[in-house]
Write a protein that binds this ligand. Sequence first.
Ligand SMILES: Nc1ncnc2c1ncn2[C@@H]1O[C@H](COP(=O)(O)OP(=O)(O)OP(=O)(O)O)[C@@H](O)[C@H]1O
Ligand SMILES: [Mg+2]
Length: 485
Amino acid sequence: MAISMTELWTQIGSFMATIMFVWAIIQQYFPYQLLGHMEKYVNKLTGFLYPYITITFPEYTGERLRRSEAFIAIRNYLGSRSNIRAKRLRAEAVKDRKSLVLCMDDNEEVIDEFEGVKIWWTSRKSTPKTQTISYHPSSDEKRSYNLTFHRRNRDIILGSFINHIMEEGKVVELKNRQRKLYMNNSNNDWWHKSNWRHVPFEHPAKFRTLAMDPKKKQEIINDLVKFKNGKEYYEKVGKAWKRGYLLYGPPGTGKSTMIAAMANFMEYDVYDLELTSVKDNTELKKLLIEISNRSIIVIEDIDCSLDLTGQRKKKKTEEEEGTEEKIKDPVKEAEKEEKKQSKVTLSGLLNFIDGIWSACGGERLIIFTTNHKEKLDEALIRRGRMDKHIEMCYCGFEAFKVLAMNYLDVEWDDSYEKIRELLKETEMTPADVAENLMPKYEGEKTEECLKRLVEALESAKEEGEKKKAEEGAKKAEKEKKEESS
Ligand SMILES: Nc1ncnc2c1ncn2[C@@H]1O[C@H](COP(=O)(O)OP(=O)(O)OP(=O)(O)O)[C@@H](O)[C@H]1O
Ligand SMILES: [Mg+2]
């Protein structure tokens, strides 16, 4: 039967008090030289009577009183264990967490077990008796967790249990945190502390709802799982723990949706890097070192941000295009021009991806998207930089079935055979298929949505055939002209 720590303490406490009392009397009457020997035996006796070790984990540590990582990990660990049931719990609202955190209330005690070893956890709170004036009334309260175990289990506890708590605590923290979507700050004013601004990341895309060939989808999921569990592997092969993905394909085939699904699957933050507003390579490096671990760095439409020589394309803005006639202030114009002409080069970007600085952090995915893979520099997309190239294509039958389940909740319909054939003969993006499947008013029937899609596919097929015929005619005419000349 489990003995409560409080009972144990009371019994041992009275024993200890007796020993200490006897020891105090002895100290008064025995010669000084003998006392040294006796102290050794008294310590042995105390150790024999109280064979437990207690480790304290205070909430705040260091001179600047930062919240201890170990304390937070223990709080998460204890809160997540179903076999540990505290009688009294405390609810805390923690910054960047999706929900309230429930943890053991002050001065509670629970029993835990690890590899057959019994462990006692107690939560303590102490408030100093002297009153001090503080902006934060509760800042004087000192909380801690105490971990008590038998000294024969010292190796297990210190060797593996403490690491185990730290890891479990971190996993719980990651699971419950509010993930963020970051964008780079083009205003580098002194009052902006960071080069990134963020909002909560709440995109609903999942791999389950992503319309694509199931085999290809599974392959991507396996790749991501392997990456996530690959810490030791990357260490072993001496490679920074990061992986590059190139997503390419026509507009509306799901590249951005795929990124959101990946972020949700991996439970990573997303850093959406807008290259056109980065001033130069140095600023790019600064952005890089501020990126946290377990994140996805995204550069969308990479072909529009850099040209093949590595020089930036000037961003076309409305002012640039339509206000030539207006009277211009030359100083302001020069300033504007300077802002527009950022000097990030291809080599700066290559260094960003896998230069020496890119290894200052781990567990990161870098994703580029493009509609024109052929326009990209070979160096930029070679394996090692962009390790996996994923083509997002026009809607096939398998992808259609996923969309039909998403939008209409139907697994099979008589029209499916026809749709299968039409999808083979047309090039329609999943975005267009989804738009046709989506009910247009409350209560629109499934058959009506499917009929709309069939009609859209038929007219797309007709248009495609017409286009092909026109192209064929043009080609024939050109050949004829060449022959006659
Ligand atoms: N494969 C897909 N699976 C599920 N939904 C999709 C898919 N492709 C497109 N969609 C739908 O179409 C919309 C547009 O898709 P998305 O923005 O992901 O395309 P994209 O490939 O990033 O296009 P672009 O090249 O123009 O950026 C999405 O909001 C989504 O609803
Ligand atoms: Mg996109």
